[in-house]
Design a protein around this ligand. Structure first.
Ligand code: C5P
Length: 228
């Protein structure tokens, strides 16, 4: 079976406070999504990369993508991340087999290293369900009650923060997302709704998601570090 990457990039990035989609914010001289795409472009195991854009996206064409030989652009983004991923999967039904692996990766995670991608591919290769990169939670967790006061402490033992890529077989993932609805915030939770338990593959803080403006500076630091 082959491996395909699919990057949902149809969000508007409201929390960034920017006036354009955050995947295009500049990082090390390139739009952020360039770095996310490059991790897959340069990996021999990945056959093709699908990017899901919003139909209204007027930024993509402003950049030079000629260095990306594996890239296919799908302009079928949806209202939510899950809907964008599902629309993308439906759009490529003729090109991908049920048993092929899909690696769904956020356009907003530009620092995915070769080492972590290799680790995921290796760990999930023969898995019956699939798996995701994730990092054990480091902070002590609090549940909020009334008036922004702590109601309780949630034991962090056994809690992980989900990252991407999330790696599942095409047929299973499409079925899971069709059933789960647009609200699930990652692919794994759609799979969980089928009663299955995806594998947690241990990652680290380098694979951060850029959500708030200062995250961009941290991402720049990680990129710089990994290129040395
Ligand atoms: O907003 P958030 O950081 O959770 O978005 C994660 C990823 O999902 C981003 O790459 C974003 O572009 C994408 N997304 C999407 N369609 C949406 C919302 C988010 O493709 N409707």
């Amino acid at each position: 079976s082959r491996h395909f990457a699919l990057l949902p990039a149809a969000g508007v990035g409201a929390r960034m406070g920017a006036d354009f989609p955050k995947q295009y914010l500049e990082l090390a001289g390139r739009p952020m999504i360039w770095h996310a795409l490059r991790a897959f472009e340069t990996h021999a195991a990945i056959s093709r990369i699908y990017v899901v854009l919003s139909a209204a996206d007027g930024y993509w064409e402003g950049y030079d993508w000629s260095g990306f030989a594996k890239l296919s652009v799908l302009r079928c983004g949806g209202e939510t991340r899950a809907q964008s991923v599902l629309n993308g999967l439906e759009a490529i039904a003729d090109e991908v087999a049920e048993q092929d692996w899909m690696l769904v990766h956020d356009a907003a995670r530009p620092c995915l290293s070769r080492a972590l991608l290799d680790k995921l591919l290796e760990a999930v290769r023969d898995d019956a369900v699939g798996g995701i990169l994730a990092a054990p939670v480091a902070d002590t967790l609090k549940r909020e009650g009334h008036g922004q006061r702590i109601r309780e402490t949630v034991p962090r033992q056994g809690l992980w923060g989900a990252q991407t890529p999330q790696m599942f077989r095409y047929g299973l993932l499409r079925e899971a997302l069709r059933r789960a609805g647009a609200e699930v915030t990652d692919e794994a939770s759609a799979i969980e709704h089928l009663g299955l338990s995806p594998l947690l593959v241990e990652s680290d803080a380098s694979n951060l998601k850029v959500t708030f403006p200062h995250d961009l500076e941290v991402a720049g630091w990680w990129l710089d570090r990994c290129s040395k």
